[in-house]
Design a protein around this ligand. Sequence first.
Ligand code: HEC
Ligand code: HEC
Length: 239
Amino acid sequence: MTPIRAQFRAVICGAALLLPATALAATDSAALFAKKCSGCHTYGKGDRVGPDLKGVTNRRSRAWLTSWIRSSQKVVEAGDPIATTLFDKYKRERMPDQNLPAEDIAALVDYLAAGGPAAADASRPRHASTATLADIALGRELFLGSIAAKNGGASCGSCHVVQVDGASTGATFGSDLTHVYSRFQDAALSLALRRPCFPRAFDKDTAGPLTADEAFAVKAFLRQADRAASPQRPKGRPR
Ligand code: HEC
Ligand code: HEC
């Protein structure tokens, strides 16, 4: 065990006393999966050397998974019917025994049950630089209200101004959002766009004003507005 890993584990053990399933623990099992398992297994991307592990926690019991990951050959040799079928199906390719402590195996099974690497992909918002022109156009329509957001509510442009094609458009009840992308940066703006920015501005305060796809489109539009507009300058000093 490398010192860094030992340190990391110490942090997790300390945290585990105080907190329920923590982000730290999730990070650790993600790293473990990437290092020890992803060479042979995908999660939702098809079979590789071994089977796709998506849904494996529904197909198999926790006890079975724990014994299997510890030593697949012991389970095969014990004549377990699932294990022998798998072993034959995967051309008797032997999954190496995993010399892992019980808590690491438990963490891996939890990680797979919680959606594995796919869950992390889904919860990390896409960066606005990956947007297509269509995404940006949709964001503009949503912002200005020519397309209604799924959750309803007033359009952004009914309260906020943004500079589009050199001209300011929208209303001035809220702040000018032309350079909000630079001010917030990508990830923070994603979070902000999923929350109601102003009480009672939206029909469903709890649901958030925009769906994930809509928020992505609006963010992409705001990024483009930020880059296209003249740089921010003090008020009342036109160039
Ligand atoms: C060198 C390749 C390899 C590595 C590394 C590997 N596996 Fe496997 N795994 C396999 C193969 C091949 C099978 C199919 C059964 C067999 O042939 O033994 C399998 C089967 C499985 C199964 C049963 C799947 C099912 O559909 O029931 C699980 C669960 C599993 N592996 C989990 C893991 C985990 C967790 C790790 C990392 C700690 C891991 N494996 C690392 C090759 C590998
Ligand atoms: C009913 C009016 C209203 C509507 C509709 C509205 N906002 Fe706001 N918004 C405000 C007010 C008021 C504030 C707080 C003051 C400010 O910073 O502008 C605010 C704040 C914000 C902020 C933080 C600005 C900053 O500089 O800190 C962002 C980002 C934002 N709104 C985005 C949006 C987006 C995107 C939409 C459309 C989905 C939207 N707003 C719809 C009124 C509104």
